[in-house]
Structures are given as C-alpha cells and as structure tokens.
Write a protein that binds this ligand. Structure first.
Ligand code: NAD
Length: 453
C-alpha cells in the first residue's frame, strides 16, 4: 500500500517583535565582532510605557483605552516614530515598529533613534471628537516621555496631520512659553509642518525604486516607466505611491484597501480611485475595474508589488504565489522572514521597509530642522534633499549587499575564530544588507559614546 505523505502546514511565528528579532539576529551573524551584551542591548527597547485612560465618548459612555509608547534606542539621537490607532495594536507590534525606526533612521543616516506609539481603538467606530479626546488624553498621560529632543511622534496608520496638530496643541499647553513645534512632525503645513511631508513616504519609495532599477537591480527593467504595479493598501503611503508611480509612466493594474481590491490590466487611474474612496469609503466598485481579493492582489503577475498596508501580508503560506518581479515595502513589516527566504530563492528582490518607506521619517527630520530654525523650506528644496538622501541610502544598501556577498569566507573565518558558530554564512538579501548597515552604525556610535557610566 502506498502511503501518501502530506506536508504539515507551515507554522509561522507572526508576532511582529519576534519577526524583528529574527531579522536582527540574522544580520548580526555577519557582524561577528560585537560583544553579546551589546547585541542584547540593541535588540531590546530601552523603555516601554503602557497607559490606561478613559474618555467620555460621543454617546455619553465612559470608555477605557490602552496606549503604548516604546523608545527602542536613542544612541544616534532622539527617539522618532509614529502613533498608530488600530484595534489590533499590541505591545509587541509597537516594540517591533520602534526597533524598525531605529534601523531605518540609521540606514538613512539621520540623527534620530527609534520609537513608536499606538492606541488600541477602532477609528471607524469613533467620531472626530472622540479621537481628539483620545489623542489629548494619551499625550497628557505620556507627559515628559515625549519632547522635541527626547522622543518625537509622527503620523502612522489611521493618524494624520490633524492628529499631529492635536498632539502639538496638547504638549504646547503642558509646556508653555517655548518653541514646541519640533515635538511632533507630520503637522499641517500652516502650523509648522513641512511641504512634501504628506507625500514623502511614497516619494521616497519611488526614489529608491528608481535608483535601484537604474543600478541594474532587475534585468530588463531600468525604470518604473512602463512597469506594471500592484499596490496593497490605499492610505497615505499606498494611494500616493500609486499616483507618483503612475506620474512616472507606470501602469497601476491593481489597488486595494481593507474592504478589498480592484483590478484592470489596462490600468487604473489612481486619481479616480482616490476620489472613489473619498466618496464611498473604499476603492472597491470603481467603474471600469474588476473586484478582486487582497490575496489576489498579492499574487498578481506584475513588475512591482507595493505592500502598503500592515505587517505579515506576505508569509510562508502565500509567498510562493507571488508573481511580481520586485517588491517595494511601503508598509512596515509586510514580509515575514520565512517569506523572505522563499522570495530570495525565487530571485524576487525585496526593497525592505527600513529603506523603502524611509522617505516619511526623512522629511520628518527636515520638518524638525525647519521647526528648530523657525524656517519653512520650499517643496522643491525638500524633494531635492529627499532625493539625495534616498539615493545615497539605496546605494549604501546595494553596496553593502555586494561587499558582504563578496566576503563570505572572511566573515565565516572571523565567526569561527571568535567562537560565534561554524555554520556557514550564506549570500544575503537587501533586508539583511540594510540591517547590517544600520546595526553597525548604531553599535559603533554606542561604543564611541562609551557604555555609561
Ligand atoms: P493609512 O491609515 O493612511 O492607510 C492604511 C491603508 O491600508 C488603508 O487604505 C486601509 O484600508 C488599508 N488596509 C488596512 N488593512 C488592510 C488589509 N488587510 N489589506 C489591504 N489593505 C488594508 O496608513 P499609512 O500611513 O498609509 O500606513 C500604511 C503602512 O505604511 C503602515 O505599515 C505604516 O507603518 C507604513 N508607513 C507609513 C508612513 C507614513 O508616513 N504614513 C511612513 C512609513 C511607513
């Protein structure tokens, strides 16, 4: 009798902080010289704040909310990271997002560390007034844990320039008589926000994609001009990415949001999709398009796939179905380590989040500089500076990949000599290259400063 063996389902740990740890631990294999205590310090957040607070909602009921603020690392500058409002926010998600901010700021070589915040709430069931009260109460609870030179929030999922205005106003009420504008970035332009910040995350994605393609990352695809693109998530990062890539001659064949996706092989007009989402709450139903699921968006045949929603979208159970030639991570943490391995084996490069979506924090840094100087730069100046930074960071990551892949034997020999394991080190992907660059920069500054006291 023949026994048919079926493979057991792949069990994958989707805890975002475990994912961030696994990525870090993989990268550190290629940096054998650092002491274990330093590595342990770099992997863990410096400070974790959890706060419980009530508000009276629009219908008169008192409701309690949980908020988190995590400061991961401040070796290279004040903590920097967005605030997310979502029902699925967890402390481990915020810990992961804070760590990714540390590595992202280091990849970009901007003088910030990493932080992140979140409130467990569903903005879809709350009024604007509720959200304003949640924001004010959350910021008041954080007290001096945030500040222009200690930890600087910004927008993230379901928070906007308007939310940042409330953050500023609350902090300013609590610290009167001084210039508090640099305490938060992503503010409205007429109250200290930077021109170009709203589009910066997506523009940064475009700039690093263009640079990587111009350096020959993909055979036969030298530019986004003429490329077919699918975008998962149609908020700040995703919708503006669709608009900017289309402006550069790409054909947007699919976009999606939390309610589902739309597809058109001949191309979707992103401006029409934005207007349709504004009118109806979703991209689904845009005339001239076919409805598809979010899973189908990820599996479409296209040149570039841009995940721009949430974590853990491309996993062990679906990475094999990805048919895109290149992935550009506008979202934080959309690809799991197991999926990374599958994509690498399939020769599908992933421009990782800590590079691809770093345009947002880079222009946040420019906003902070403008606020400290009481200046406001033109949008052209902001975009020119962003282009330079994204180009330089993309080059550094691509160069690091080449350097490491060309010195595997030496790294192996050092690992063996230092007793760091004799299992072979293998060729690295772009995520690992970006991590190596970032971890090295943060570790070196930590050592230059000297371990205190
Ligand atoms: P947003 O709230 O503006 O938009 C999120 C979008 O994702 C919405 O369209 C929502 O409908 C969609 N979405 C949610 N769940 C989905 C699902 N399961 N499938 C498909 N779509 C889904 O948020 P944002 O600011 O655009 O952030 C999106 C991602 O980009 C996040 O990972 C965030 O951390 C990252 N990011 C944002 C910025 C920024 O400046 N806003 C900067 C860097 C990284």
């Amino acid at each position: 009798m023949n026994v048919i063996m079926t493979a057991p389902p792949v069990q994958e740990d989707l805890n975002p902080f475990h994912v961030a740890q696994e990525q870090f631990e993989h990268a550190i294999r290629y940096l054998p010289g650092y002491q274990e205590g330093l590595i342990e310090y770099l992997i863990r957040p410096e400070r974790v704040l959890i706060t419980e607070f009530p508000i009276t909602t629009h219908n008169g009921t008192v409701r309690n909310f949980t908020g988190y603020r995590v400061l991961h690392n401040r070796a290279r500058g004040p903590g920097k990271g967005g605030i997310r409002y979502h029902p699925d926010v967890t402390i481990d998600e915020v810990r992961a997002l804070a760590a990714w901010m540390t590595w992202k700021c280091a990849v970009m070589n901007i003088p910030f560390g990493g932080a992140k915040g979140g409130v467990v709430c569903n903005p879809k069931n709350l009024t604007k007034e509720d959200l304003r009260m949640i924001t004010r109460r959350f910021i008041a609870e954080l007290g001096n844990a945030i500040g222009p030179h200690t930890d600087i929030p910004a927008p993230d999922v379901n928070t906007s320039a308007e939310t940042m205005a409330w953050v500023f106003d609350t902090y300013d009420m609590m610290h009167p008589g001084r210039n508090n504008t640099p305490v938060v970035t992503g503010k409205p332009v007429d109250m200290g926000g930077s021109y170009g910040r709203h589009e910066a995350t997506a523009r940064g994605c475009l700039f690093c994609t263009q640079r990587a393609l111009s350096r020959g990352l993909m055979d036969g695809l030298e530019s986004v001009n003429g490329a077919t693109v699918a975008v998962q998530g149609f908020g700040n990062a995703g919708s503006i990415a669709a608009l900017l890539y289309a402006e550069q001659g790409a054909t947007i064949i699919a976009v999606s949001d939390s309610r589902g996706g739309i597809y058109s092989r001949s191309g979707i007009d992103p401006t029409a999709a934005v207007a349709h989402k504004k009118d109806t709450g979703s991209v689904v139903g845009l005339p001239g398009t076919e409805e598809i699921s979010n899973d189908e968006v990820l599996a479409l045949e296209c040149d570039i796939l841009i995940p721009a929603a949430l974590e853990n979208q491309i996993r062990a159970d679906n990475a094999d179905r990805v048919k895109a030639r290149l992935i550009v991570e506008a979202a934080n943490g959309p690809t799991t380590p197991a999926a990374d391995r599958i994509l690498f084996a399939k020769d599908i490069p992933v421009i990782p989040d800590i590079l691809a979506n770093a345009g947002g924090v880079t222009v946040s840094y420019y906003e902070w500089v403008q606020n400290i100087e009481n200046e406001q730069w033109d949008e052209d100046e902001v975009n020119t500076k962003l282009l330079q930074k994204m180009t330089r960071a993309t080059d550094s990551v691509l160069d690091m990949q080449e350097t490491i892949n060309g010195s595997l034997e030496d790294i192996q020999a050092t690992r063996t000599k230092l007793g760091r394991g004799s299992d072979p080190v293998e060729k690295i992907d772009l995520r690992t290259a970006a991590y190596i660059l970032a971890v090295k920069r943060v570790a070196d500054v930590t050592l230059q400063r000297g371990i205190w006291p």
